[in-house]
Design a protein around this ligand. Structure first.
Ligand SMILES: C[S@@+](CC[C@H](N)C(=O)[O-])C[C@H]1O[C@@H](n2cnc3c(N)ncnc32)[C@H](O)[C@@H]1O
Length: 497
C-alpha cells in the first residue's frame, strides 16, 4: 500500500497514539518519516496492508516483539563516542572533579544514568571519562545505568562492538587504550569499561522512575541528549520532572545544546562551563551560582558532603502486598490508627516506610512504629547515624517485622555501609522469604559490588516470586508498573544475561 492510500485522518490519529506510547512527536513536517517507519515495520512483520497494521497497533494488540519492531523503525539511532567534545571536557574538568571532592571522607560511590543511550557509545564514553579522571578508579564504586526503549540498540550496546563510524571524533590514543581490534573494521570495547555499564530497557514515557526497582534514584549525573527533541511538549516536561526526582540533591542533568530550554524550570539551575550549559538540582535553602568558578566552591558545601536522602517513594509507603511477598488473608497496616481520618492526607515523608501487612491477630507495636518514624525523619534530614540508631531500636521493639530491617538496610546503603546493609537485608529475607523488594535491593547491591553470581541469584528469586502473578496486572501504587514490566526490568539487570 502506498502513502496515498493511508487516509490522512488515520495518520493523524496514529501520530497521536505514538506520542502517548513512546513520547515521539511527528508534527506535520515529519509525517513522511512516520509513514516510512510504519510502512517498513508492517512489511518486515509480513503485513501487506499498512492501514490494517496501524489499526492493529492502535488497538494495542501487538505482541511485545512486534512492538519492539515498530519502535525500532520509529526511533533514530544516530550517536558516536564523545559526541559533543566540549560537554565531555566540562564533565572531565569540572563536573566529575566536583563530585569527587564532595565525596572526600565519604563513601566513594558515583551514580550516572545515560537515558536514551542508543547503541552504547554515550555510556561507554562516560565510563572512559570516569576512568580517565578518577585518581584511582578501582577504589570507586561506579554505577552507570544505560537505558533505551529500542531493544535492538540495547543488544548492540551490550555486545560493545563498533565500526569506524562510531569513532569519528575519538582520538586515536583513546581508541587504542580502550578498544581491541576484532577484524579490519570492527573494534571491541575493553572488558573493564564494558563491566562499568548496565544496560536496561526503559521507556521514558512510562512512569516507572525514580524507583529502587530499576535503580533510577539518587543519580549524580543524568545524560539525556538528543532524545527529548523528538518528544512532544507535554511528555517532555513530564520526563524532565521525573529526572529532577531521580537526581540526588546537587546532581546534574545534561541535555544537548539545542535542548537546554526544556530544563528551564524550577528545581534546576543552569550552570555554564565555557559555553556548555548543564543543569543542577538545587538543595533546599541553597542557591547555586551560575558560573563555573563559583560552582567549583560548591564541593565544600556541607550539604553536598552529606546530602539528605532523596527518596520520595510513595510506593514504599503504600507497598502492594504482592511486592512485599506475603499476602495475608486479613491485614492491618502497621501504624495505621484505627480512628485516623482517612480523608486527611498523611504527612509526607521521604523515606521508605514499608508497611508490611500483618495478620490482624498479630499485635501491632505502636512504639516500634514511632521509633521507625523517628528513623525516617532523621534520615530525611541527613542525620544518618541517628537514623540508624532509631531504626535499631525499632527492631529491638519488634524483632519479627522485616520492614524495619529493610528500612535499616536503606539507611546503611546511604551511609555506604554495604556489607552491613547486606547482612540486614538477609535478616529481612529470613523473616519473609517472599519479600520481593529486599531481593531486588540485594540484586542491585551485590551487582554494584561485582558479586555477579549473588546478584544473579537474587534477581532470579524475584523472577520466581513474580512467576505466579499475572503479567498484565498493574502493581498498585507503582505508577503504572506492571508485573510484566518488573519482570523485564529484573531480567535486564541480571548480570551476563
Ligand atoms: C538520537 S539517539 C541519541 C543517543 C545518544 N543519547 C546521543 O546523544 O548520542 C535517541 C535515542 O533515544 C531513544 N528513545 C526514543 N524514544 C525513547 C523513549 N520513549 N524512551 C527511551 N528511549 C527513547 C532512541 O531509541 C534512541 O536510541
Amino acid at each position: 500500500m502506498t502513502r496515498a492510500e493511508i487516509p490522512d485522518q488515520l495518520i493523524s490519529s496514529f501520530s497521536e497514539f505514538i506520542s502517548s506510547l513512546l513520547g515521539l512527536h511527528f508534527p506535520h513536517k515529519r509525517r513522511q518519516e512516520l509513514v516510512r517507519g510504519v510502512t517498513s515495520a508492517a512489511q518486515d512483520l509480513g503485513f501487506n496492508d499498512v492501514s490494517s497494521f496501524i489499526h492493529l497497533v492502535m488497538s494495542e494488540k501487538l505482541s511485545h516483539e512486534q512492538l519492539n519492531f515498530l519502535t525500532h523503525h520509529l526511533t533514530i539511532g544516530e550517536t558516536y563516542f564523545f559526541r559533543d567534545k566540549k560537554l565531555f571536557q566540562a564533565l572531565e574538568n569540572h563536573i566529575i572533579p566536583q563530585i569527587v571532592m564532595s565525596r572526600r571522607g565519604r563513601i566513594r560511590h558515583l551514580r550516572v544514568w545515560s537515558a536514551g543511550c542508543c547503541t552504547g557509545e554515550e555510556p561507554y564514553s562516560l565510563a572512559m571519562a570516569l576512568d580517565r579522571v578518577l585518581p584511582t578508579p578501582k577504589d570507586w564504586r561506579i554505577n552507570i545505568l544505560a537505558t533505551d526503549i529500542n531493544e535492538r540498540f540495547l543488544q548492540k550496546a551490550r555486545q560493545g562492538i563498533y565500526s569506524d563510524w562510531s569513532f569519528r571524533v575519538l582520538p586515536d590514543h583513546l581508541k587504542q587504550k580502550y578498544f581491541r581490534q576484532d577484524n579490519d573494521c570492527l573494534f571491541a570495547i575493553s572488558p573493564d569499561i564494558r563491566k562499568m555499564v548496565t544496560f536496561s530497557r526503559l521507556n521514558l514515557i512510562d512512569q516507572t522512575y525514580p524507583s529502587p526497582l530499576n535503580d533510577t534514584e539518587r543519580m549524580d549525573v543524568i545524560l539525556c541528549r538528543n532524545v527529548l527533541m523528538y518528544f512532544a511538549e507535554e511528555p517532555r516536561a513530564q520526563v524532565i520532572t521525573r529526572f529532577c526526582r531521580s537526581l540526588a540533591p546537587g546532581g546534574w542533568l545534561v541535555l544537548s545544546p539545542s535542548e537546554g530550554d526544556f530544563a528551564r524550570q524550577s528545581g534546576l539551575v543552569p550552570v555554564n562551563f565555557s559555553g556548555v550549559t548543564v543543569f543542577r538540582k538545587t538543595v533546599p535553602d541553597q542557591t547555586y551560582p551560575a558560573s563555573s568558578s563559583a560552582a567549583a566552591k560548591l564541593s565544600d558545601h556541607p550539604r553536598l558532603q552529606a546530602p539528605p536522602l532523596d527518596v520520595t517513594k510513595d510506593y514504599y509507603r503504600e507497598m502492594p502486598d504482592q511486592l512485599k511477598g506475603r499476602r495475608p488473608q486479613t491485614v492491618r497496616r502497621l501504624g495505621e490508627d484505627a480512628d485516623r481520618d482517612a480523608s486527611k492526607p498523611r504527612k509526607p515523608v521521604g523515606l521508605p516506610d514499608i508497611q508490611v501487612a500483618l495478620p490482624v491477630d498479630q499485635p501491632v507495636c505502636q512504639s516500634a512504629h514511632s521509633l521507625a518514624g523517628q528513623a525516617r525523619e532523621c534520615a530525611d534530614a541527613g542525620r544518618l547515624t541517628e537514623a540508624a540508631d532509631w531504626c535499631r531500636q525499632a527492631i529491638q521493639a519488634e524483632k519479627m517485622n522485616p520492614a524495619h530491617y529493610y528500612l535499616l538496610s536503606s539507611i546503611l546503603q546511604e551511609q555506604g555501609l554495604l556489607d552491613e546493609s547486606i547482612k540486614v537485608l538477609k535478616q529481612a529475607i529470613y523473616l519473609d522469604p517472599g519479600f520481593v523488594l529486599a531481593h531486588v535491593a540485594m540484586g542491585h547491591i551485590t551487582r554494584g559490588l561485582g558479586r555477579l553470581e549473588d546478584s544473579r541469584r537474587h534477581f532470579q528469586s524475584v523472577l520466581a516470586l513474580l512467576k505466579s502473578m499475572n503479567k498484565e496486572d498493574v502493581l498498585p501504587y507503582s505508577d503504572g508498573l506492571t508485573v510484566g514490566h518488573l519482570v523485564d526490568l529484573v531480567r535486564s539487570m541480571i548480570p551476563g544475561e
